[in-house]
Ligand binder design. Sequence first.
Ligand SMILES: NC(=O)c1ccc[n+]([C@@H]2O[C@H](COP(=O)([O-])OP(=O)(O)OC[C@H]3O[C@@H](n4cnc5c(N)ncnc54)[C@H](OP(=O)(O)O)[C@@H]3O)[C@@H](O)[C@H]2O)c1
Length: 198
Amino acid sequence: MKIIIIGASGTIGRKVTEALEGKHIIITAGSKTGAFQLDITSPESIEAFFEKVGPFDALISTTGSGHFGPLASTTPADFKKGIESKLLGQINLVLIGQHYINAKGSFTLTSGILSEDPVVNGVNLGAINGGLNSFVIGAAIELQNGVRINAVSPGVVEDSPGFFEYFPGHEPVAMDKVANAYIKSVLGAITGQVIKVF
Ligand SMILES: NC(=O)c1ccc[n+]([C@@H]2O[C@H](COP(=O)([O-])OP(=O)(O)OC[C@H]3O[C@@H](n4cnc5c(N)ncnc54)[C@H](OP(=O)(O)O)[C@@H]3O)[C@@H](O)[C@H]2O)c1
């Protein structure tokens, strides 16, 4: 299988890449790292990326950022920045990628626990994650040629200790468990699912 991993050099992407490489053709990508570079906030950059990479069987996105800060000081510009990166960036990978993906291929996006289990400072990412989960549910019934789509929704992960103080009482999720959620989406048969790894 030819599998694109966008965000392959990141905390989650690294583990997903390790779990799949050797068994599949892996195309790594990031804004600065990976075999190919693209900026998910630019539709032109996404289109150029797919033109270069050509047809593929699966796309995994472990990228996108949001604003993390108090609601009281969050500006419309702060909020929009997150929407344009983690939410629209990943949605645009599907809107554009659907014209390049092979029949029976799959898209796997990354949302996160904040859509349903909020922490202080997490309102932008919570809204983004909820939007991503709903996008996947809606897109699954319209994607053509047997193409599937799922979102992986992790809790704070083991390899991100810098975030632990902002997630009091949350149990960090083991990296193997997180990587397996992506494998379930790509190698399994489910579609329109939010795979929760809390
Ligand atoms: N870490 C956690 O505990 C956790 C928990 C739940 C959900 N999540 C979500 O999981 C996703 C990945 O998190 P992470 O902690 O693994 O992030 P990370 O370590 O910061 O990695 C981000 C990855 O995305 C790439 N990237 C950044 N900006 C990009 C852009 N504009 N275009 C293309 N690629 C870009 C980076 O590569 P370059 O440096 O080359 O750009 C890197 O490979 C995020 O959506 C995050 O919200 C994370």
